[in-house]
Design a protein around this ligand. Structure first.
Ligand code: HEM
Length: 328
């Protein structure tokens, strides 16, 4: 989620003569400070989403309550609601930082409202905020599980909450058996792929750039996890349609970035030419471009047809719940 930059144009703050800390650490602490306004905005957005979900649960309009009827009291389940709210702000910030990254690494727009340096800084700060929001989402889910498991001893409660939320494969109920490890995969990949930026002087700019490319997988896993497990997008109603629609600009920017990369060395070119890309390399690049094009077409079909994987909202609430906290 961080920009592909060279050491010379990476926006790293210069080290002062008296500052003997490594440049990487200076860059990280400077970015953490710069992320404060961004993180504050994220907290405000999370609070807004929380209030919205709280009111919907209280009024009985919440899709979460339709999926899990026992969860009808926001006063009791506020930690679950806060987890959902952090999930949404995390996904929104992930969307924003991926869009910024694609803007920076794709064809240069003729005119930008702000300088490239500012865009790069926003990309770095929003990606730091995204990681924090993803972690807060999982942490609040763990806290809800700890609160819920009242019949266990404290040590067991803490372990259950931690393991169900953070240990891949531990959570073994319903859709969560697949959806939770997908979310964990997104979180666990986001951290190294994002933070490697700050040690790129040690691992080499090329290695960093090659690895950072895979950050798009984090985003895909996050969206997949949400479509699979988010109870507020469980039914084939407008929230699910909006979630699908939001993926369209990301897919279009990804396609443009692959077709017209900012770095000429990443262009498709002709295979096997001297100084160009090898035939296997060319094939991988060509397949990537075809796949991105197919995703754009696929998204258009999903949105236009309404076949978006959403379930039908039942007239009467179901007797079992798809995921934790488990029903009594
Ligand atoms: C350790 C990793 C993770 C765990 C344990 C986890 C857990 C959960 C659970 C239990 C739900 C269902 C909540 C519901 O009833 O709707 C959920 C939904 C969701 N998750 Fe995650 N998640 C993880 C990672 C992520 C990541 C990386 C993202 C991306 C930002 C994310 C975004 C979301 C969103 C947007 C929802 C939908 C919430 C709603 O429907 O209101 N999650 N997650």
């Amino acid at each position: 989620m961080l920009p592909e930059t060279t050491p010379a144009d990476d926006g790293t703050p210069p080290q002062s003569a008296g500052d003997r800390r490594p440049a990487d650490r200076v860059a990280l602490s400077a970015d953490l400070r710069a992320a404060l306004p961004d993180a504050t905005a994220a907290v405000l957005v999370t609070a807004g989403v929380f209030a919205f979900l709280y009111v919907r649960m209280e009024s009985g309009d919440s899709a979460t309550v339709a999926v899990m009827p026992f969860m009808d009291d926001p006063h009791t389940y506020w930690m679950y609601l806060l987890s959902q709210a952090f999930g949404w702000s995390g996904l929104l910030w992930a969307w924003g930082t991926v869009m910024l990254g694609l803007l920076l690494s794709g064809p240069r727009p003729a005119r930008l409202p702000v300088s490239r340096q500012v865009l790069e800084r926003w990309h770095r700060t929003t990606s730091l905020t995204t990681m924090a929001l993803m972690f807060a989402h999982a942490l609040m889910f763990a806290a809800e599980l700890v609160r819920y498991e009242t019949e266990l001893a404290w040590a067991e409660r803490l372990w259950a909450g931690f393991a169900d939320s953070f240990v891949p494969g531990w959570y073994d109920s319903g859709t969560g058996r697949f959806a939770i490890p997908i979310g964990q995969g997104a979180l666990y990949l986001a951290v190294p792929l994002g933070l490697l930026f700050y040690i790129r002087h040690r691992i080499g700019a090329n290695t960093w750039r090659r690895l950072h490319r895979f950050v798009i997988v984090v985003y895909v896993l996050s969206v997949w996890h949400t479509l699979l497990y988010g109870t507020n997008v469980w039914y084939g109603e407008w929230p699910r349609t909006v979630l699908w629609l939001l993926q369209l600009p990301v897919a279009v920017l990804l396609l443009l970035r692959l077709l017209r990369p900012a770095r000429r060395a990443q262009a498709l070119g002709a295979p096997g030419r001297r100084g160009g890309v090898s035939l296997p390399g060319w094939t991988v690049r060509a397949c990537g471009r075809v796949a991105a094009g197919a995703v754009v077409v696929g998204l258009l079909i999903v949105v236009a047809s309404g076949h978006d994987g959403g379930r039908e909202r039942p007239a009467a609430p179901p007797s079992t719940s798809p995921h934790a906290p488990e029903p009594e």
